[in-house]
Every structure is written in C-alpha cells, then in structure tokens.
Write a protein that binds this ligand. Structure first.
Ligand code: DGL
Length: 269
C-alpha cells in the first residue's frame, strides 16, 4: 500500500514528514518533479499538464490516492482534474482546504454558510502562480466573511531552496515579509501558502514578529489525511512507496537529507 504525495520539488517533503509522523504504519510514495521546478512561475495550463502527467505516473506506480502537496498545482490543476473525471478508484486531494478550515476554525467538511471569524487581517505568502490564481481567496470566501487578505508573491524563494542556497532564501523571505508589512502593517495571521516555505518557517516567524500566528500545512494536511483514510480505508493503494524524482536522484537525495535531517534516497521517476 502507498499513498502518493506530489510536489514540483522538495517542498512536499514538509507535508510528507508530518504525514509519516502522524501515520507511521502507512507507506508513502513521494514524487518530486524537480527537473521542472519551480512551477510557480509557469502559467496555469503548463502547471495543469505537468501535474496531470506526474499524477498519472503515480497511479501507474500503484497509488490510488494522491495528495497534491503543492499549492501551485492545487490552485491550477486540482479542480480541473476532478471535474475532468478521474479513473475509477483514483482520487486526488489538495492542500488548501485543511489550511483554510484551521484558519476559520471549522471542523472537517463543515459546509455551513460563510461567517465572521476571529482573524480579520491575513497575510498570504505564496508563489506568483498561486497568488495570481486567487484560489486561496476563493476558498476562504466560501467559509468566512470580512477577512482582508494581502497576498505577497514570493519570487525566487523556491528556486533558492531547490538550489540549496538557504542564505539567499532567507534574504528573500525577509524582503518579502517587509514588502507585505508595508501593505498590511499588522496582520494577525500569516499563511505559508507554498509547501517549500515551512523549510523557512523560523525566518518567516522572526520577520513577522511573535504576535503573528503562522499557519503552515504539514500537520494540518497530515491530520486531514488521517481523517480521510479512516473514512476511506480502501484508498491505501498498492505498491511499495519510495522517493521518486524527475531530477538528479543523488542531488535531490542530498538536499532532502539535509532538510529532513535523516537519510532520504530518491530514485529516478
Ligand atoms: N511547493 C510548491 C507550492 O506549494 C511550489 C512551488 C514551485 O514549484 O514554485 O506551491
């Protein structure tokens, strides 16, 4: 059995890590399209085609359920894939909804009408493609009213992380937080709307200040996955799992090992 976790590159490892801790008996198949990362500077059609091809390859490897642990892919491809019809017995889920349910203090699947919530000023940090899609604001509007969202498109951060240049990534995060705070000086909450950014979470928190509650997706998505698998015990899939990349397996393994602080070995997808 293996549940699929997909990202354009290394960011989905932040979701995988939390999912492995939350569900130690489940095998996971991780697929990073590192050769084509970053997705966040591509147009929606391109992201859709790349995501669809990767997910189909994960189905071929035995996954029945694939989590798009990538906000950019969730924004550009999830709804289109679901509406286009999935093969029998296959499912794809994204990463926005668990995050927005946490922000709006909703239980899983609470579809009651939008209402006022505790937070009113929310900073969203995401890739250029996710910001342009406005998918986060759309999902939020289904659940909450009166929330002011200021989005900051964080160019360069994913490239720096993929290249292992954490000094550059830190400098870029600080400058994106400064830019956001010029537009919204007192956010109450900040959303790390790209799965690469939790690798920089301390830098975001320090730059934002301790009064800002930072939401990132790892544990939220892991909890929601645990809940989903309990309700759908037929979705564990087949196959062994493992770590697959379209990039250079030895380079990607080194970076992953550095980020997760444990040995991770990728193989060619
Ligand atoms: N980790 C991905 C996300 O959550 C994206 C990045 C990218 O490839 O630009 O959006």
């Amino acid at each position: 059995m293996a549940v699929g976790i997909f990202d354009s590159g290394l960011g989905g490892l932040t979701v995988l890590n939390a999912a492995q801790k939350r569900l130690p008996d489940v095998n996971f198949l991780y697929y990073g399209d590192n050769a084509r990362a970053p997705y966040g500077v591509r147009d929606a059609e391109d992201v859709y085609q790349l995501t669809k091809a990767a997910v189909e390859s994960m189905w071929d490897k035995g996954c029945d359920l694939v989590i798009l642990a990538c906000n950019t892919a969730s924004a550009a491809a999830l709804r289109r894939m679901q509406e286009g019809g999935l093969p029998k017995g296959k499912r794809v889920l994204g990463v926005f909804v668990p995050l927005i349910e946490a922000l709006t203090e909703r239980q899983w699947g609470d579809n009651s009408p939008p209402r006022e919530v505790a937070v009113q000023h929310v900073a969203l940090f995401a890739t250029p493609a996710t910001v342009a899609s406005r998918a986060f604001q759309r999902e939020l509007a289904f659940r909450a009213i009166g929330v002011d969202v200021e989005a900051q498109s964080c160019g360069g951060v994913v490239d720096a992380i993929e290249d292992g240049d954490l000094i550059l990534a830190e400098a870029l995060v600080r400058s994106h937080v400064d830019a956001l705070m010029r537009k919204m000086p007192h956010p109450e909450a900040a959303i790390l709307g790209c799965t690469h950014y939790p690798l920089m979470e301390e830098i975001f928190q320090t730059a934002l200040g301790p009064q800002v509650k930072v939401f990132s997706q790892g544990t939220l998505v892991a909890d929601s996955l645990a809940d989903y698998l309990q309700r759908h015990p037929d979705m564990y899939g087949a196959g062994e799992g493992g770590y697959f990349t379209t990039g250079d397996p030895s380079r990607v393994s080194d970076r992953a090992t550095q980020f997760l602080r444990r040995e991770i070995t990728f193989q060619a997808a």
